[in-house]
Design a binder for this molecule. Sequence first.
Ligand SMILES: Nc1ncnc2c1ncn2[C@@H]1O[C@H](COP(=O)(O)OP(=O)(O)OP(=O)(O)O)[C@@H](O)[C@H]1O
Length: 259
Amino acid sequence: MGQILEVRGLTKRFGGLTAVNDVSFAVNEKEILSVIGPNGAGKSTLFKLISSFLKPTTGEVTFRGERISNQAPHIAARKGVVRTFQETTIFRNMSVRDNVIVAHQLRARASLLGFFMGSAEARRDEARFAESADEILAFLGLDGIGNELARNLPHGHLRALGIAIGLATNPTVLLLDEPFAGMNHDETMKAVAMVRKLRERGLTVLLVEHDMPAVMKISDRIVVLNFGEKIAEGTPSEIQNNQRVIEAYLGVEDEAIGL
Ligand SMILES: Nc1ncnc2c1ncn2[C@@H]1O[C@H](COP(=O)(O)OP(=O)(O)OP(=O)(O)O)[C@@H](O)[C@H]1O
């Protein structure tokens, strides 16, 4: 398994505050890598840097050896590095299926205007997109709810729809921002299985997550941030036994590392 993504000496300052401080690590192809750390450790900022939603103060991110940092976010997305947001844009009055069809527009040849005006090319695109949307929904086990309005979905299904929308852009690396947040045990187990399937589909998955049992279950490797710095990197069992990690989490009861 070769390296697909590399984070090199990444630093982000907001005025006097250093949110991410000289962080480096590599992600291997088809790996599931989690970024963890106490509140305010810099995880979201790191994700925004990797997906180019923020420009680094110093350092760089490369995808297959090409720099994707310091460029517009759609450049990273077009290359295949796609972040699903906690608050991914979901059209609440549209069906699940239509949401996934519209999400394909990011890689559409016809313009969005053409899509709504019904140009010939847009109609061809629409047929392809509908087919792809159905495939994605079936893959994620969501085909039974394709016709539901997004606004009627329970929390777990809304999250899953966020992942379906991410898949519609045909990513190579998918960044999931707290995919298990607010889920009960059953929903989390379903979502864990879903993330594993993403890897079987050939994707590389990076996730930021607070749910430690889920992180330990799902990750090939874990990167730990504390006060913006990388304090550890390793397999789940290495991380659970790492003294610096244990100390960083001491006294943070609701984020217990699960020892
Ligand atoms: N746009 C910004 N402007 C100023 N400070 C910011 C900005 N974004 C983040 N920060 C600060 O950077 C630090 C890291 O924040 P970040 O959100 O990356 O941490 P986090 O690990 O994701 O936290 P949480 O687990 O609570 O979501 C925090 O001190 C935060 O207040």
